[in-house]
Every structure is written in C-alpha cells, then in structure tokens.
Design a protein around this ligand. Structure first.
Ligand SMILES: *Cc1c(COP(=O)(O)O)cnc(C)c1O
Length: 386
C-alpha cells in the first residue's frame, strides 16, 4: 500500500521537469463537502464517493483530507479500492458499490468494508459469510432498483429477501439505497417516479437507514435526502446540472507545457490526416498533452468543425487539427508577440475552462474528463491541513 503522504514514485525534484501538472486543492474539496453538508438536516449523513481513485485525482490524498474535514462514510467501487480506502481511513464506514465479485466477500470481511448488494444471490452469499465471520453478522447495504435498471435488486427479489426473516437477520443491512437516472434534470418526471418507487420498496426494510441522492440528487430537495447522501462529482468541483448547480467551487486545474511555437502559412495543414488548414498566416503552439493523458481525441478540430480550447495567460486559444497521443496544437495567432513561449504552461482545465466545458467540447461529460486524466500528469496537492 502506498504511503498517503507520498505523491508519486518519481524522484524528488521531478515537478520541475513535469510536462503536465494536475493540481488538486484539497482545502476546496473539503470546503465543497462542507458546502453540500450544510444543505442537509443535522441528522443526515453526508458521505463521500471516492471510487476510481477519487475520480482520477488521487484517493491517497483525497480520502484523508475528507476524513479530516469530518467525513466518516466513504463509497468506493471495487475490492482493491476497498483495501486502499480502509488503509487511508481506518475508522471510517466504507461501502463497496460493485458488490460481491468472486473473492470479494473474504476481502470485505477482513477489511470490515460493507458491500453494496445488488442481487438476491449476493444477499444469500453474504449472509453465509456473515454467519461464519467473527461477529456472526457482517454489515452491508442493499441496493434496490427504483427505475435505473442498472445495478440494483429488482422489486420481486427485494420482496423475496424481506420475506425471509433468517436471511434479513443474517444480512444485517445498515443501509438501503437506490440511484437516480435523471437527477441532473430537476424537472424530469423520472425523479418523482423513482422517489415514489424507492419509498415503496425501501419500506420492506423498516428501520434501516435509506439513501437515494448523489451530487445532483441532493439538489432536488429534502425529500430526496433520506438518511444519507452520496455526492462524488460535486466534491471535486464538478457541476453536472447547469440548471440547479451545487454550492461548490472548482478544485482541480490541469496544465501542460508548451513545447514549441511555430509559424504556419495560409493553406498549410496542421496535424495527422491534415484535417485543419490555416486560412491566414498563423502561429501554432504545440502542447505536451494528448489522448494518452486523457485529452479526448474527439476534442480535435477540422476545417469547419471547432474543437476544444486551452487557455494561455488567461486567454482562450482554439485547439486546431487532431489531438494526438502526446500532443495537441492550438491556434495562438491572436496572442501578442512573446506572450506564448516554449516552457510556459497552457491550461487545459482551470479558470475559463471548466471540466464541463472540456467535456462538452469533446462530446462527453465532465465526469469522463476527470476520471481519464492520465498518470503522466504530476499530481500536486495544495491546501492540505494534514
Ligand atoms: C458514482 C455514484 C455516486 C456518486 O455520483 P456523483 O454524480 O458523482 O455524485 C453515488 N451513488 C452511486 C450508486 C454511484 O455509482
């Protein structure tokens, strides 16, 4: 297990030579968690979803920072993430969303991690493990489907479980939860339908704490809060819903080095497959980040098709031509002489370019941008109180 204080395996001083830097403001992540918590009644738990290495940012630093801010309940997805989270937050309650893949039950018992069970068979399997565990019971969560039709116990199986008193006793469910399909669209009728469906099926398990809302769901109002909310994306400054934004601020910036600035004559093309042509005498900056770093190739630009942006000294520049594995090219013709220099940084995400902007320009969502930011970015953590 890696030392949480250790940033990367690179030698000290590597930062000076990094081609790209991903900065995570841990104080802002903690502030975002507090901001979301402030929307809840005092008896509602504000958990934190830190799956996928805290949405690609670095669980080793994000989990301890949130724990210090007072967060005592975390959700991860996989057994490996469970082991890491347990190491980083020894006292926290930890739920594993992916449930019981083969071999996982032993790990969850050992690490005192609560699996989120999503099938009838998993419930039976967990009950068997719980009976032979040291305490004769092992806490878990039941994920009930309320209309997403992804992971979640179907109503018929939920009734089968609830009717089996021995099974219910052995399970020791500490949470019943469900997940919303359209929380980022507050006016969508599906939210109401799922709320009602969840009320109905969760009543099969009276007295067990309930949870329905993630980042956007908790903005739908107190009816959606139940006993625990599970924000992830918003903690990192993501704003999935434009119409009903969460009270959070950006916590992530991504910068990459400018490697070269060159003149391109009118009619010349830039990049693979010559998809973009200069229509005027142009200056093109080549920047050290590409699709291997998580800059989507779909953020490319071609003649007649605008792609994504970068920002240099606070001013936006359009990506031109194809995004390649290690490089992107941006049109800096409008910049003053000497304003764009090799060795300087271009901003990929930061002031002027939100995670959502970067996603939109690539035909995807900010979640995908965040979670795919590559391992070549040096991760720099600021604002850490620990
Ligand atoms: C990922 C996930 C969350 C967190 O969702 P955000 O939109 O990132 O807040 C909550 N619950 C479940 C079941 C999830 O899979």
């Amino acid at each position: 297990m890696s030392d949480p204080k250790q940033r990367t395996t690179r030698p000290a001083g590597a930062l000076a030579a990094a081609t790209g830097i991903l900065t995570v403001d841990l104080a802002q992540v903690a502030e975002n968690w507090r901001g979301l918590k402030s929307l809840l009644a005092p008896n509602v738990t504000c958990a934190a979803v830190v799956k996928a290495n805290a949405y690609g940012l670095g669980a080793a630093r994000v989990i301890p920072a949130l724990a210090r801010a007072g967060c005592d309940t975390f959700f991860i997805a996989t057994p490996d993430e469970a082991i890491e989270a347990r190491h980083l937050a020894p006292k926290a309650t930890i739920y594993a969303l992916d449930g019981l893949i083969p071999g996982a039950a032993e790990i969850f018992i050992r690490e005192t991690v609560r699996p989120v069970l999503s099938t009838y068979d998993d419930a039976v399997l967990w009950a068997a493990h719980a009976k032979i565990s040291a305490h004769g019971a092992a806490p878990c969560a039941l994920h009930l489907d309320s209309g997403l039709n992804r992971l979640g116990i179907q109503a018929r199986d939920a009734r089968r479980i609830a009717a089996d008193k021995d099974l219910v006793a052995a399970l020791g469910a500490k949470l019943v939860m469900s997940h919303l399909a359209s929380a980022d669209t507050p006016g969508d009728l599906k939210n109401r339908e799922q709320l009602l469906a969840f009320e109905t099926i969760s009543s099969l398990f009276p007295g067990v704490p309930r949870s329905l809302a993630a980042s956007d769901g908790l903005m739908l109002g107190k009816l959606f809060h139940f006993d625990l909310v599970r924000p992830g994306y918003a903690l990192y400054g993501g704003q999935a819903s434009q119409s009903n934004p969460t009270p959070v601020k950006p916590a992530v910036t991504v910068k990459a080095r400018i490697l070269a600035v060159s003149d391109v004559a009118p009619g010349e093309s830039v990049g693979y497959a010559a998809t973009w042509h200069a229509r005027r005498p142009s200056r093109i900056a080549t920047i050290a980040a590409g699709y291997a770093d998580g800059v989507p190739r779909s953020a490319s630009a071609a003649d007649g098709h605008q792609g994504g942006h970068v920002a240099i000294s606070g001013k936006l520049a359009l990506i031109v031509g194809r995004v390649s594995m290690d490089l992107i090219t941006a049109d800096v013709t409008e910049f003053a002489d000497g304003a764009v220099r090799p060795g300087d940084f271009a901003t990929l995400i930061g002031p002027g370019i939100s995670i959502e902007d970067a996603g939109h320009a690539a035909g995807t969502i900010g979640y995908e941008i965040l979670t795919r930011l590559g391992t070549r970015f040096e991760r720099l953590f600021i604002g850490d109180s620990g």
